[in-house]
Design a protein around this ligand. Sequence first.
Ligand code: PEP
Ligand code: MN
Length: 342
Amino acid sequence: MIIVLKRGAGEAEVQEINERLSQEGFKIHLSQGVEKIIIGAVGDRSRLKALDLEALPWVEKVVPILAPYKLVSREFQSGNTIIKIGDYEIGGEEIHVMAGPCSVESRAQIIETAHAVKEAGATFLRGGAFKPRTSPYAFQGLEEEGLKLLAEAREETGLLVITEVVDVRDVELVAHYADILQIGARNMQNFFLLKEVAKTNKPILLKRGPSATLEEWMMAAEYIMDGGNYQVMFCERGIRTFETYTRNTLDLSMVPALQSLSHLPVIVDPSHGTGRWNLVPPMAKAAVAAGADGIIVEVHPQPEKAVSDGKQSLTPDNFASMMAELEILAQALGRPVKGAHR
Ligand code: PEP
Ligand code: MN
């Protein structure tokens, strides 16, 4: 349910409605628009009738949200969520490019990559310190040492850091080092992890599970918002289909679909979405053309030597060429690529 207050309603009115709703067992979420205040109330709808909120003088209307996702929906918040991180805004006009290796492997590797992607116009450095791998025998990540190296690269370049957290026990640790916490595809429905990252004050990049429907994905975001963290962005990274040429099928139709149903920013990952480096630049451009708020791509100084995902990693040169093309495209769309030179 959303309760739209009349223009001019203030704190005292909100307070009174909140008290009434809490007494009936509702969970309250406030959305303060430019013109109006909207109260989102999640709970047993039948108990709302007894409150007869529409009879209150400062309540304009009470609207049920029929979809299972409430807080992530456009009904709850009609304007886009803009996530502010440092000087950056994700979800507004700016397009952000997050780039770096699949895994943090060594100081030399992460520092070299950070300088290269910064130079080409990225704003965020990606890199996995905890690696969820299909095989238990594959490299599992440098863990805290990797987080420290990411922080060092941030110090040196000014890039902000996005990295994945895979376990509830590591949330505090990863949040200490990262600027954005990534929830990986394999963990999209790890509800305990979602509830735990909801308790942090860090923005969350929520990757789509390889077989998740749009609704399941939105419900996962709902967990994070319901837990009190409103800074959530979706990341389309491809789904499993019958096609085997590409690693996954990058479902770009999700960009406009999500934007019509939700106010949260949408990022696209063409690296995991295709699994082949030469398909990454064209799909990155397609993502921006489709309206994505940013892209996240894998870049490695020597992809052939990468401990993970070398096949889909761009060299620094290929990344720079892609950025130049993205800037031209973004200009045509009237959106600046933040961090780019032109
Ligand atoms: C990654 O970003 O390296 C990763 C493991 O991605 P995903 O969770 O989308 O597979
Ligand atoms: Mn990877």
